[in-house]
Design a protein around this ligand. Structure first.
Ligand code: ATP
Ligand code: MG
Length: 558
């Protein structure tokens, strides 16, 4: 179980505390995370996972993983597998409590039959269009279906016929018999079973009727002994139906599940809808569900976000009853805080400019000690030799006064090494700068006579003969949001054309040479990077996780 799952006290805990004080739920607290396997999980689901598993941990209870697989047309085992991997990676475990709503199809059918027997459900022959017309509107009550008063016997027979495949898709439905004049449209005789001659990824062709979410969900909760069914706000209007079903079927009020809603997580510059994310994948706008630009858990993992950082983020945003938009800079802040502690420092030059140190002995290499973690110690050797590379943008020929990097006649310190002075700029026939010729101060390295000499700028660098080549992928937001951070209706048109920049020939110090996918580094002065799974021993590939500038920390100091 993940360590940092204790959430700050919130209204959900208050509700649970009150239930416990009132003597309810003597069986212990039991929550569930109920994804529909119709896509990969995203950062919004991470919030729900942390909340549900976190509450269970906090109350010494249990949390189930339940696949809400009642809609066979959109579901797939690929999603079932990815969801399990993602929940585990986030640091949570369901032990043996992995369930599927489809496990309960037989039981759910029996509950529907029981509702019919109790005169609380009927088979309706209205077409979808007619049903819409009968439903009424927010201001007008609905009208009762002409099939509403069928006898129990007739309903039982027709429902059995539905189950046995006697009718075509859409020909008939089973509806709860509640109240067509209820101000809450959800309560106007909602459909609870529909006919769909579709193969299910687990039950195959056994069923041609499938329960609706609103019917399957509360009953699955009750079957599993869930005490608190935590869901997002859009289900608030469905709560009366949730309670009506449990009441109508006679579940004990002291132990039966209770639905509590909280606000969905919305993030600036971020799509949090599986349907839209799927559009990006299927339309080829990204490389796949785990493209490092995707806000999916697998995308964030590949990008180099850590599980600890995501859990930390979910804890900090807390839970609220009102919908709001969280600045994505806060998520990045959590990622930086984690990596700042835990990512080894190395030097990498993304856009190399060759520097020849003319007074450094030819053929000589020395190994300089460099610290790898400012917070927890650890050192490595960095080779230095006569030819090195620095970042192109760290040199300017016509430099403004405040430019403290390298310029003609100017001096800088090479991190962990010597002070160099730029003596000459070499250009090609087109006038492009291709090389700098510098001299170094041999006494300026650590322990030397002039080690303490102050120069304004410090640059990162790599030695030419030992540097390792790497591909580096730089990312920007996938989505350009409006000034309020909202996702525009036509989100495809709002995609950022510059969300990916690939640098083919970056150069990195050789200490990273045998690194494998998932390893994190801070490239000094460049940001946090993570080794991509495309990496092979012959070809290193890095993703930029985040730059070093933390706009969220600044906002907070504000
Ligand atoms: P989507 O709209 O992306 O398909 P969903 O709610 O349909 O999301 P489900 O698989 O049904 O996806 O969700 C599983 C659980 O995750 C539900 O309890 C749902 O309320 C929760 N959840 C989904 N999106 C968010 C979000 N943005 N913030 C918090 N919880 C979420
Ligand atoms: Mg859903």
């Amino acid at each position: 179980m993940a360590e940092n799952t204790t959430l700050a006290s919130n209204f959900i805990q208050n509700a649970i505390d009150e239930d416990l004080r009132n003597g309810k739920y003597k069986q212990g607290i039991h929550t569930r995370f109920p994804p529909e396997p119709n896509g990969y999980l995203h950062v919004g689901h991470a919030k729900s996972i942390c909340l549900n598993f976190g509450l269970a941990a906090q109350y010494g209870g249990l949390c189930n993983l339940r696949f809400d697989d009642t809609n066979p047309t959109k579901e797939d085992v690929e999603y079932v597998d990815s969801i399990q991997e993602d929940v585990k990676w986030l640091g949570f475990t369901w032990d043996e409590r992995k369930f599927y709503a489809s496990d309960y199809f037989e039981q759910l059918y029996e509950y529907a039959v029981e509702l019919i027997r109790r005169g609380k459900a009927y088979v309706c022959d209205l077409t979808a269009e007619e049903m819409r017309a009968y439903r009424g509107t927010l201001t007008e009550p609905g009208r009762e279906s002409p099939y509403r008063n069928r006898t129990v016997a007739e309903n039982l027979e027709l429902f059995l016929g539905m189950k046995n495949g006697v009718f075509a898709d859409g020909e008939r439905v089973l509806r709860a018999k509640i109240d067509m004049s209820s101000p809450n449209i959800t309560m106007r005789d909602p459909v609870i079973y529909r006919i769909s001659h579709t193969s299910h990824h687990r039950t195959g062709d056994v069923w041609c009727i499938y329960p609706m979410y609103d019917f399957a969900h509360p009953l699955s909760d009750a079957i599993e002994g869930i005490t608190h069914s935590v869901c997002t706000l859009e289900f608030e209007d469905h709560r009366p139906l949730y309670d009506w079903l449990l009441e109508s079927l006679g579940f004990d009020v002291e132990t039966r599940p209770r639905q509590i809603e909280f606000a969905r997580l919305n993030l600036t510059n971020t799509i949090t809808s599986k349907r839209k994310l799927r559009q990006l994948v299927e339309g080829g706008y990204v490389r796949g569900w785990d493209d490092p630009r995707m806000p999916t858990i697998s995308g964030m993992r590949r990008r180099g976000y850590t599980a600890a950082a995501i859990r930390d983020f979910c804890e900090r945003i807390g839970v609220a009853k009102g919908n709001s938009l969280v600045d994505v800079a806060m998520l990045e802040h959590c990622v930086r805080e984690d990596l700042n502690q835990n990512a080894a420092r190395v030097m990498a030059v993304l856009r190399p400019l060759r520097v020849v140190i003319t007074n450094y002995p030819e053929g000589q290499t020395e190994h300089l000690l460099a610290e790898s973690y400012p917070s927890k110690g650890g050192q490595r050797y960095v080779p230095f030799s006569r030819e090195i590379y620095i970042e192109q943008e760290d040199f300017m020929e016509e430099a403004p006064k405040k430019f403290f990097r390298l310029k003609p006649g100017g001096e800088v310190r090479l991190k962990h090494a010597y002070i160099i002075k730029c003596e000459e700029v070499v250009k090609d026939a087109q006038g492009n700068i291709i090389e700098l010729r510098c001299t170094y101060d041999p006494d300026s390295k650590m322990g030397g006579a002039t080690a303490g000499r102050k120069v304004k700028g410090t640059l990162h660098w790599v030695a030419a003969d030992t540097a390792v080549k790497a591909e580096v992928r730089l990312y920007d937001f996938l989505l350009q949001t409006d000034e309020n951070g909202e996702t525009p209706a036509d989100f495809i048109a709002a995609l950022n054309p510059n969300s990916l920049e690939v640098i083919e020939n970056a150069l990195i110090e050789p200490s990273v040479c045998w690194t494998a996918a998932g390893t994190h580094y801070q490239f000094l002065r460049e940001g946090y990077f993570c080794v991509d799974p495309d990496t092979t021993p012959e070809h290193l590939v890095f993703n930029r996780v985040a730059g070093l500038r933390d706009s969220w920390a600044k906002v907070k100091k504000g």
